[in-house]
Design a protein around this ligand. Structure first.
Ligand code: CDP
Length: 784
């Protein structure tokens, strides 16, 4: 198909985002923009203790605060059967408001409803709660000892939540024991928080017929509807969930939080709408954190650098409740992708998770349920192995890559990788960044005692859950769906169960329809986030939208096209089999001059359809046959100031392969954003607790978010290896930069420090930590 025949706005076109004029003019409609007549505000009373018995709650003073209408406590909710929420992957449950004891600092203890925000906040301050402090379990290694059992509500009286493993334990142990070269490293991916610009919030109201209308910052509105029906007992047809514009989600807006249930209870009890918008501190301290995996990684290899085995044993800190949204069968998410881009003959991975006195979570922060942790572990470990073998990281990777003729590739940990050309992606990156020149520059600098590092990460991800036979949330199978209606004038509407939080679905979904139907994407409206109108879908997280909903849209459009073909045959006065779809129009086979456009057919579908069924619409439920496996090579170049320990990322190139690209402009934007988050985790961010369970960084003065001043300049490039099983060959991309970049940054810093004998430092690589490592190395102290 020649380039000039491409319809404007179809696949691969750098179309500007349709949603941006709305956002740039401040016309977005977020949950906090919703104001309903007679609306009350809710504020939460939170625990100052990480672990304590609640001896009494006195609401007397709070009820005297002008404007306060009601206070509810855990006991009230418990009496109504609403004391606990199921967590999304079904292995645990979570207190809505604390009953008996609190399990983490800032846990929700009571909800106060007031005529305005101030009244609710003042009321919350006036609630008097007495606590009796209990011993604190501050980390998962303490939790292992089971000296203090945090969750007596559970059947098993232990802090151990689950053991999960995959692969061949015995063969891996044997292969490691007989490998001439071996490395072992504990790698911690620190506790982080997605910290979206817009915190979480909701507005709940019951209409005159008793139907709940629930505006909420949700990445998965349909799952919320079903979960709320299960938790509250309200029939699902009486629940209408609406997610309006969302200012960033990154996995933080997948779980159902206690505040949502309290707002609904308040709206029911007081027969008035209730708004709850959490503060930044509430967002950082009580909503889903990410990572906190302590990973013991071992690799065996031959003298020549051929890998023989991988073993990873992980200790995970889940906080007070296991509130991850992982699929039921996968408590450690997609951690099984830890063999990465390499052809390991055998491997074994296991994860043991523990409760501690910290906020609950373990959410998929811009990643496919633990892919970021897995990717970081293998990409760091490959560099450590390269160091051991005195090889370059690039050569070691090249030697061990899965070769392109091996796809579809069955990994030793159970995935079937769909496609990839890792050698090409690495070669593209090294050539584009001028790797050989950088090596020369580095050698010259090292000779002068300067610290310059080049870090490579060649990651592979697994995104696009389903297939439904393997993946679910709360038992609901993971598929997705799309409904397309084409109007008489050739404009149309697409509805899906996904929910953009900044990813640009209003543009890319329209582009898929434009490609499939030859219509103008500017006139294809996209509607998401309304459970009354969209067909059931599992939502947007883990880069699943394009692999699953994107496929559903293409398939629904093809259904529309098949229906349109009948009308086209009638207009062209030939049999249906004589009509072919070519060059974005229906043509009579062999007579290209005789043709009709989709726009003409759309009009006829309502005005001149002959004996065909009127109208032009279709719905498709898509259950993917496999996940997609995007990959990339990222290269970071870092200079470190030997005196101050400051790392400067001088150059960064991301070469991504996400299969067929729908919109290169949007993909670049996704990569820029994700790299900035990766940079933040590598150099700045860690949710910190002291040994008493006190949360130390509760706002943006302590938990740092990079501004344009700190953020490096990003360069991007691509290779394209389409997914063989996706209708348009697309793989997901949104999370790739967050998954792939931390290892590139850390590998670069470690490469810079390698002349000093420093082999590994855990993130975040703050100036202070790097400065200490340099000083210790110079003082001759041995590094870990
Ligand atoms: O699920 P989520 O939307 O977060 O992630 P995604 O499916 O990777 O898509 C992020 C954005 O990039 C969407 O607007 C996609 O349509 C777009 N994209 C694209 O243009 N081409 C691809 N191959 C993958 C994603």
């Amino acid at each position: 198909m020649s380039a000039e025949l491409k319809h404007e706005g179809s696949l691969g076109v750098r179309m500007k985002r349709k949603e941006d004029p709305r956002f740039l003019q401040g016309k977005g409609r977020y949950v906090d923009d919703i104001s309903l007549p007679n609306m009350l505000y809710m504020a939460l009373v939170r625990s100052p203790y990480p672990h304590a018995e609640i001896t009494s709650i006195d609401i007397g003073e709070a009820m005297k605060v002008p404007g306060v209408k009601a206070v509810i406590t855990g006991k009230d909710l418990d009496a109504a059967g609403l004391g606990w929420l199921p967590t999304f992957h079904g292995l645990d449950k979570q207190m809505v408001l604390a009953v008996g004891k609190v399990l983490f600092q800032y846990q929700e203890v009571a909800a106060v409803f007031g005529e305005n925000r101030g009244a609710a906040a003042d009321g919350a301050e006036a609630v008097q709660v007495e606590y009796k402090p209990l011993p604190v379990v501050a980390d998962p290694f303490m939790a292992k000892a089971d000296k203090v059992i945090l969750r007596p509500d559970r059947e098993r009286k232990t802090n151990h939540i689950y053991h999960w493993e995959v692969g061949d334990r015995d063969s891996t142990a044997r292969a490691l024991a007989s490998s001439p070269k071996r490395i072992k490293q504990r790698i911690w991916f620190q506790r982080c928080h997605p910290a979206p610009l817009e915190p979480c919030g909701c507005v709940a109201q019951f209409d005159t017929m008793g139907r709940l209308q629930f505006f909420v910052t949700s990445q998965a509105p349909h799952v919320y509807r079903t979960a709320l029906a299960i938790v509250t007992g309200i029939p699902e047809d009486k629940i209408h969930v609406i997610s309006p514009d969302i200012g960033g989600g990154f996995g933080n807006k997948v779980p159902v939080y206690p505040g949502y249930v309290c707002a609904i209870v308040g709206a029911l009890k007081l027969a008035r709408p209730v708004k709850w918008i959490e503060t930044r501190t509430e967002n950082l301290t009580s909503t889903g954190f990410a990572r906190d995996y302590h990973m013991d990684v071992e690799i065996g290899a031959t003298e020549e650098g051929r890998v023989t085995a991988l073993r990873v044993a992980t200790t995970a800190d889940h906080g007070a409740f296991d509130a991850a949204a992982d699929p039921t069968k996968y408590p450690a998410g997609m951690f099984g992708v830890v063999t990465g881009s390499y052809d390991f003959p055998v491997a074994h991975a296991e994860v043991d998770a523990y409760f501690t006195n910290k906020a609950p979570g373990g959410i998929a922060y811009r990643c496919s349920f633990r892919v970021t942790e897995a990717s970081f572990a293998i990409e760091r470990a490959m560099d450590i192995l390269a160091d051991e073998l005195h090889m370059s990281g690039a050569d070691l990777r090249r030697k061990n890559f899965i070769r392109k003729e091996q796809f579809p590739y069955p990994s030793p940990l159970g995935f079937t990788y769909d496609s990839g050309d890792y050698h090409k992606t690495l070669d593209t990156a090294l050539e584009k960044i001028g790797y050989n020149d950088l090596l020369k520059e580095q050698a010259a600098k090292r000779a002068r005692g300067e610290l310059m590092g080049i870090g490579i990460s060649t990651f592979t991800e697994v995104v696009g859950a389903g297939p439904s036979k393997h993946f679910d949330i709360l038992g609901i199978k993971m598929f997705d769906s799309a409904e397309i209606r084409i109007h008489p004038t050739g404009a149309g509407i697409v509805r899906t169960g996904t929910k953009s939080q900044g990813q640009g679905h209003e543009t890319t979904w329209a582009q898929i329809v434009a490609e499939e139907l030859g219509l103008d994407p500017q006139n294809i409206m996209v509607e998401e986030g309304d459970t009354d109108t969209a067909p059931y879908g599992l939502g947007t997280y883990a880069s699943r939208s394009t692999p699953v909903a994107g496929a559903a849209i293409a398939m629904a459009a093809r259904r529309v096209r098949e229906k349109a073909r009948k009308v086209a045959a009638h207009l062209l006065e030939v049999g249906e089999s004589d009509v072919e779809w070519k060059e974005y129009k229906f043509q009579v086979r062999g007579v290209p001059a005789k043709s009709v456009s989709m726009k003409e057919v759309a009009f006829a579908a309502y005005t001149n359809m002959a004996q065909n069924e009127p109208g032009l619409e279709a719905t498709y439920y898509y259950d993917p046959p496999n996940m997609t496996f995007p990959n990339g090579t990222y290269v970071a170049v870092v200079d470190i100031d030997r005196e101050t320990g400051e790392s400067k990322v001088r150059k960064f190139l991301a070469v991504d392969d996400c299969g067929t690209i729908i919109n290169p402009l949007i993909v670049e934007g996704q990569i820029h954003g994700g790299l900035t988050e990766g940079f933040a985790m590598a150099f700045m961010q860690e949710i910190q607790y002291d040994s008493e369970g006190n949360h130390l960084n509760t706002n943006f003065t302590d938990y740092l978010v990079p501004t344009s001043l700190e953020t490096p300049h990003w360069e991007t490039a691509k290779t394209v290896t389409p997914s063989p099983h996706h209708p348009i060959g697309a793989k997901g991309v949104g999370e790739s930069p967050n998954v792939g970049s931390p290892a590139a940054f850390v590998n670069a810093v470690m490469d810079a420090l390698s002349p000093l004998g420093v082999r590994h430092l855990d993130m975040p690589l703050t100036r202070d930590k790097v400065w200490r490592a340099i000083r210790d190395a110079e003082a001759g102290k041995k590094q870990s």
